[in-house]
Design a protein around this ligand. Structure first.
Ligand code: AMP
Ligand code: MG
Length: 353
């Protein structure tokens, strides 16, 4: 249901001069007035507000139900905006900006105090990115302000990859939603810390570690991403995220082992859901199988992941099973999101894992 308080705009991402289209100008006006609106980026839909306004940032946290110690990413429309908000642009950060902006890479800098302290959750650093989506860029440009934009979902839910997902979560809670079609990458940006000598990945995402290393050489990965008892350096990584409506259990093992877990759960009287890659489709006994693409095509799996997690209605199934993916390329981001959605629940075929 679309609440009539939340305006719905539809824009065609391919038209020329988007920045001057009526819908974009209207949406941008809400940002100027310190209200919040959702819009598409190339990763997922974002919920944007004026990053210089405490009032706007409060509205973002309220609409999402997001804990206020979880900082927001600031979105800009051109590289030269960065220097207004940061103490310095380290050489490696500059190399990354040149290589990957606009694109799914968020860079953490030391800030200069210009932005709302609510955006940075009181940290000395700020996370900035330039999205690679004509609608997002047009809105930021037309607003003439840096736009803080977390994913446009209720906190804890899978991130939205369509405007319909945003309506599901936020209708009636925000000023408007700009529908610019499905997002491309499907998982959020990669977050890298560039405040020390070595670049460190704080959150795996749409840009792979391999691609980053080609641009700046060896990078570190926050140990908290692999070691459960480490406190993460990226505050948002400690929260439960992306949770579907039933518990998700990951399965590490071959296809037969995966099918057996589903059989066993069914035998114990459970209604079972399964996220399946194409090679498993039709082979499990799950009550509901949701396809997430060919196992070897990680880009498609990344695009399908959140819609698949959202596709189980409340009480439709009692448990959902999913197979794990190799942790390289986009597999790192996919596994990071799956692990969080599963709250750490994983079954191993071989005990020594
Ligand atoms: P979201 O907006 O939901 O995509 O999440 C943004 C994430 O970026 C946060 O949850 C943090 O983990 C990370 N982040 C934002 N600002 C900072 C920062 N200053 N330092 C480290 N991580 C950050
Ligand atoms: Mg999010």
């Amino acid at each position: 249901m679309i609440n009539d308080k939340t305006i719905a705009w539809t824009v065609d991402r391919n038209v020329d001069n988007l920045t001057f289209s009526t819908e974009i100008l209207e949406a941008a006006e809400h940002i100027k007035q310190n209200r919040v609106i959702a819009f598409p980026t190339e990763t997922v839909y974002g919920l944007g507000g004026n990053a210089e306004s405490d009032e706007a940032i409060n509205l973002i946290f309220q609409a999402k139900g997001r804990p206020s110690d979880n900082p927001l990413i600031v979105h800009i429309a051109s590289e030269d905006q960065v220097e207004r908000y940061v103490e310095e642009i380290p050489n490696k950060a500059k190399a990354l900006m040149d290589a990957f902006w606009p694109g799914p890479l968020t860079i953490v800098f030391r800030h200069n105090g210009t932005l709302s302290t609510k955006v940075t959750a009181g940290l000395e650093t700020v996370a900035i990115r330039m999205p690679d989506h004509p609608v997002a860029l047009a809105i930021i440009e037309a607003a003439g302000r840096p736009v803080a934009a977390p994913s446009a979902n209720r906190s804890g839910r899978p991130s939205p990859t369509t405007a319909a997902h945003v309506h599901e979560d936020l209708s009636g809670r925000i000023a408007g939603i700009v529908d610019g079609g499905k997002t491309g990458v499907g998982v959020e940006s990669t977050v890298v810390d560039c405040t020390s000598q070595d670049v460190m990945i704080l959150r795996p995402g749409g840009l792979t570690r391999e691609a980053i290393e080609q641009a700046v050489g060896k990078v570190l990965v926050d140990p908290a991403l692999t070691e459960i008892d480490q406190a993460p350096r990226s505050p948002g990584m400690k929260y439960t995220h992306y949770a579907p409506t039933a518990p998700l259990i990951l399965v590490e093992g071959d296809r037969d082992f995966f099918c057996e877990q589903i059989d066993d759960a069914k035998a114990s009287g459970k209604k079972v859901g399964a996220l399946v890659t194409d090679d498993c489709h039709g082979l499990t006994t799950a009550h509901k199988e949701v396809r997430i693409g060919p196992r070897a095509d990680l880009s498609t799996v990344a695009q399908q992941l959140y819609p698949a997690l959202r596709s189980f209605a409340k009480n439709e199934v009692d448990v959902i099973f999913a197979q794990v993916f190799p942790e390289s390329d986009l597999g790192s981001a996919i596994m990071n999101r799956l692990r969080k959605a599963a709250g750490g629940m994983i079954i191993h075929q071989h005990e020594n894992k």
